[in-house]
Design a protein. Structure first.
Length: 200
């Protein structure tokens, strides 16, 4: 991206992400300053621990930098907020002995590990956040398919579009979801997504 002649603080999130992909450390610092207070507030609201909140937000920005070359984020503010909440909830349920309660609430998933169940519980919010950023028709098709269990011909008839168009929207939505996940977490994500869709 060609360097624009204005202060970094005036860049949009999209411009900063583009600069970030070009290894611009100042872009990361600008995003850090822009979102630090908001994300810290979200983390603290759920963790009630200032030290833990700082650690979670710092790790999020480290992850952002480490994955800068492959970032595909359309709405950075909602992406960061959801990522922080997911991290807090996952940490909380791991460290505060809530696993038994979760297990009781998921009797039909006895073959899954507690970690997979925890991931699925809060991945749901993360997935929903990503789905809400999809274009309207793409989002509608995805919800008809995954939430209502409608088949492609049924969706096409309901929306008055061709089956080929429905397939295109589904392909786009699934591609968007995949782009939001780190390959290093693929195994956990696959297991969590499997449980998530079994519950719906």
């Amino acid at each position: 991206m060609k360097r624009l002649k204005k202060p970094y603080s005036l860049y949009t999130d999209e411009e900063l992400l583009s600069l970030l992909r070009d290894d611009d450390e100042t872009a990361l610092s600008t995003l850090y300053d822009r979102y630090w207070d908001k994300l810290l507030s979200i983390a603290f609201k759920h963790s009630k621990d200032k030290s833990t909140s700082k650690e979670i937000v710092q790790e999020l920005f480290i992850s952002l930098w480490n994955r800068r070359s492959t970032l595909q984020i359309d709405h950075l503010d909602s992406y960061l907020a959801t990522a922080v909440k997911f991290s807090v909830f996952k940490l909380y349920y791991r460290e505060h002995g809530r696993a038994d309660k979760l297990k009781l609430n998921a009797p039909s998933h006895e073959n899954y590990t507690i970690d997979e169940i925890i991931s699925a519980k809060f991945l749901e919010e993360y997935l929903n956040g990503i789905v809400e950023t999809l274009p309207e028709k793409c989002r509608t098709v995805f919800k008809y398919s995954r939430e209502q269990g409608m088949k492609i011909p049924e969706i096409a008839a309901q929306m008055g579009i061709s089956e080929k168009t429905v397939e295109a929207h589904l392909t786009k939505s699934l591609k968007t979801l995949r782009l939001h996940f780190n390959k290093d977490n693929a195994i956990v994500i696959i297991a969590a997504v499997k449980i998530f869709f079994e519950q719906h």
